[in-house]
Design a protein. Sequence first.
Length: 267
Amino acid sequence: MQIWTVANQKGGVGKTTTSVALGGLAAAAGKRVLLLDLDPHGSLTVYFRQNPDTLTESSFTLFDQRERINHNMVEKLILPTPFSNISVLPASTPLATLERRAVGDGMGLVIRRALAAVSDDYDLAIIDCPPQLGVLMINAIAACTQLVIPVQTEFLAIKGLERILHTLQMMTKSRKQQVSYHIVATIYDRRTQASVSSLRTIRNDFGVPVWAGKIPIDTRLRDASKAGVPPNLFDANSRAVAAYHSLYNHLMGSESELKMAAGGASG
């Protein structure tokens, strides 16, 4: 199973939209998709018309009962959606208390273990992260095969990008495990100098990991969210969906390269 984590240490950069958009495109391509919400605000959960304030079982259960993780336990937490090939493991508000409880062995690998337990049931898992560094983001990064970092094309979001890259550097050093990551410019408005200038800065300062495309500002994404429908099913011809399709193909190509590299290393 491929695992893509969508993360940034700044909110409002398009993490949930990116998670749902990529998941919708993967499902349309015939992949069995699991969307996993690790944000206590539960934006992805709300997108699919679930209420994080009332759910009694959620991704929080994985941490609260981590010694019991197995296929049946994880499977019971996963909810179907009205959309073919898309399932959701929702978030609930108790996730916000997790940092105070985050003690004990193996707390950084809970999500990796949970996804391993259901790896035969899905082709792709996409993890939507909270915008803070902590046990949830660390879990999501430790579990992933690829890290997607959405960055709004504005100055403060670039500062958030610097922070998460520093976090990634620290995790790589401590775990001695390299994570493939992709920086994705989002909410790009070509009509504003601030957006154009920020995109130029991202590409000049961060180099090769920056995806060559960009996700344009598009009201159809907001409309899709309001309707609770993946963007590609809401309006397949929108500019943003076309951009996300290009990003999806880029990530799938990177997965192929990672598999070839792993095969070469094992050989």
